[in-house]
Design a protein around this ligand. Sequence first.
Ligand SMILES: [Zn+2]
Ligand SMILES: [Zn+2]
Length: 267
Amino acid sequence: MLVDYHTHHYRCGHAEGQLDAYVEAAITAGLDEIGLSDHSPIYHLGPDPQPRPRTAMSQHELPAYVAEMEAVRERFAGRIPVRLGVESDYVLGWDEHYRALWRQFPLDYVIGSVHWLGGWSIFDPNLPPGRTPDDIYAEYLHTTQAAARSGAYNIIGHLDCLKTSGHIPDLSITPLLEETVRVLVESNVVVELNTSGWRKSIADCYPRAELLACCHHYGVPVTLSSDAHAPQHVAGGYAAAVELLRAVGYREIAVFAQRERRMVPLG
Ligand SMILES: [Zn+2]
Ligand SMILES: [Zn+2]
């Protein structure tokens, strides 16, 4: 089986296309399932329901997003299974907020992604004042561990995304990185092989091959995603992704329904 569990659409303000267009693209690409997972609203930056336009949907949009996903799932019933998801931020200390929030909606899965270290976006090319690449890297990994342990998520998104703007000082597997992978196993979460990095200037998938191999070594299950921000991104890079998954030893991928995981053959 092949699936794409990480897709965005117009509501976040920086992706294009309607939900339907992503589902149509998945059918055209021959996928067995498509997951919808737009960016969760931002809650940790204060009371403003839309503190960062063009980053994520407004807090007011969340119920409408879930209702629209349900309608799309109905429309495509019998053609392709449409899984209902969200890419949720994880912010240190906000565990109960996100656990409680995602219990309120009938989702098939939740991707937990570390996009923020407090008020600092990991996509900011400038480090916060007084910080070094090494201590940002450590904070990012500790935050990723906390996301896994929070119990709010099924999938941990784009595991080494901090590299996107150049903030990983040492690309070898460090003890803290291996510790993080062991926390993923203990926390019963899945990682995604996210092909979107191949579309960006970093030209590398998330996680990079060495880290993906480390995930396989410790027994972290994997799923497959493009992090599509336009319908034509759906299933992008999948030939190389399947080859990489097989090369590091994966033979199965994880799929989700009503937040329950099932393993299916890869390919
Ligand atoms: Zn996005
Ligand atoms: Zn993300």
